[in-house]
Design a protein around this ligand. Structure first.
Ligand SMILES: Cc1cc2nc3c(=O)[nH]c(=O)nc-3n(C[C@H](O)[C@H](O)[C@H](O)COP(=O)(O)OP(=O)(O)OC[C@H]3O[C@@H](n4cnc5c(N)ncnc54)[C@H](O)[C@@H]3O)c2cc1C
Length: 368
């Protein structure tokens, strides 16, 4: 039922704008409005804080179905979970009550600010600092590549509170867009997901109350990594949706397109490509849904499974979307058809929330 609901909404209210959002590199406001109107913008927020209380698998299905028509729009439910999960996992009751309610209502979005210009894969090498000053913390630094920066009202920001302790000297905070000293860089000019704003976040003497710290001092990096264990599965879902969208489009096209006097779908070479694409997508789907169940239960092997799902599904998305372009021939290479956008959008799923090289490091350290 959930899949039917979100697919109908995605096809009627999000798909019609996907090409324009990409072409104009603009925020998919229509998608946000439609998702908020149907209470599907942040389904993971627990019921006690006014949310829909969807489990990890339901959240994955929402993201998958939105990504099937518009990858940029799928970052609305995905990053709302990424940004707010540190608060849900480690925040005080006061923080949860204050920040999850507006998110659930659709009054605010949440972003996640871990990466910096010189700290990507080596996120613990961050330089952003938070210094205690009485009942306040004062934050200074630059966060880079922050999805939905400028649009979101709330930011989970990781900052160094004790430089001597490296990853154990990092703490997490909620920063608000309206806090004095917060500003944003120009939107990045990207290959894909052009509708999802990616900007730097500048923190210039941002003074926030001490109770905005998420969890204990020094636990921010652990919270950030625990968050990714759960949310990499949402990137797998995004990859899966992009791949399914490309297959669905290509499947229809090959039945219409005629060469040598018959639909190209009649050629076995084409059929084998479609069979491989569908087989890979189904394998990615099973891995992703199994990982979502592990996320919900908090299984001990979640770290491996989340990394495996993200890595596998994103590699599948890149292969399948590239094959979809091939199946459309020269037409596939143009912006008159959606598959070249899907191919460009697929690429990011191999890069963010840890590159696929980093996923392999994570898997190797947590072999089942
Ligand atoms: C569009 C977009 C949106 C993003 N959104 C967010 C966000 O909302 N919040 C956030 O905090 N971050 C975000 N990121 C940042 C993203 O997570 C990082 O870009 C990513 O982790 C890689 O870091 P990097 O770009 O610094 O690459 P680098 O770490 O410099 O990596 C460069 C290359 O070296 C490889 N490499 C690095 N270390 C190793 C190693 N030990 N072994 C093998 N290979 C290695 C990498 O795999 C990669 O191929 C986003 C990035 C993009 C592009």
């Amino acid at each position: 039922m959930l899949r039917e609901t979100i697919r109908a909404l995605a096809e009627s209210k999000i798909a019609p704008f996907a090409a324009a959002v990409d072409e104009e590199s603009r925020f998919p406001q229509e998608a946000l409005d439609a998702l908020v109107a149907s209470d599907l913008h942040a389904v993971h927020v627990p019921e006690e804080y006014g949310g829909a209380g969807a489990d990890a698998l339901a959240t994955v299905i929402v993201i998958e179905e939105v990504a099937r028509v518009c990858a940029s729009s799928s970052l609305i439910p995905a990053v709302n979970k990424l940004g707010s999960l540190p608060v849900i996992l480690s925040g005080s009751e006061e923080l949860k009550a204050k920040y999850l309610g507006p998110l659930a209502k659709g009054d605010a979005m949440f972003s996640y600010a871990l990466s910096e210009p010189d700290a990507g894969s080596d996120a613990a090498g961050m330089k952003t600092k938070a210094v205690r000053d009485g009942d306040f913390w004062v934050l200074n630094g630059v966060k880079r590549w922050i999805t939905n920066a400028g649009v979101s009202d709330f930011y989970t920001v990781m900052a160094v509170t004790d430089p001597a302790k490296r990853s154990k000297g990092i703490s997490a905070f909620v920063v608000e867009k309206s806090d004095e000293g917060v500003s944003f860089g120009a939107p990045e000019k990207k290959l894909g997901i052009k509708g999802s704003p990616t900007r730097e976040v500048y923190l210039d003497n941002v003074r926030i109350p001490a109770d905005r710290m998420i969890g204990e001092e020094g636990t921010g990096f652990a919270t950030a990594m625990k968050t990714l264990d759960h949310t990499r599965i949402t990137i797998a879902a995004q990859a899966l949706g992009i791949a399914q969208g490309a297959l669905d489009y290509a499947k229809g096209y090959v039945q219409e397109r005629k060469q040598f006097g018959k639909p190209i779908a009649d050629f076995q070479g084409i059929q084998f490509m479609l069979a491989d694409m569908a087989m890979k997508i189904e394998a990615a789907r099973q891995l992703t849904y199994a990982a979502a169940a592990k996320s919900e239960r908090g299984d001990a092997d979640l770290t491996f499974q989340g990394a495996a799902a993200k890595c596998f599904a994103s590699d599948v998305a890149m292969e399948v979307t590239t094959d979809a372009v091939q199946l459309l021939g020269g037409y596939g290479y143009t912006r008159d058809y959606p598959v070249e956008r899907m191919m460009r959008d697929a690429k990011i799923t191999q890069i963010y929330e840890g590159t696929n090289q980093v996923q392999r490091i994570v898997m190797a350290r947590n072999l089942p």
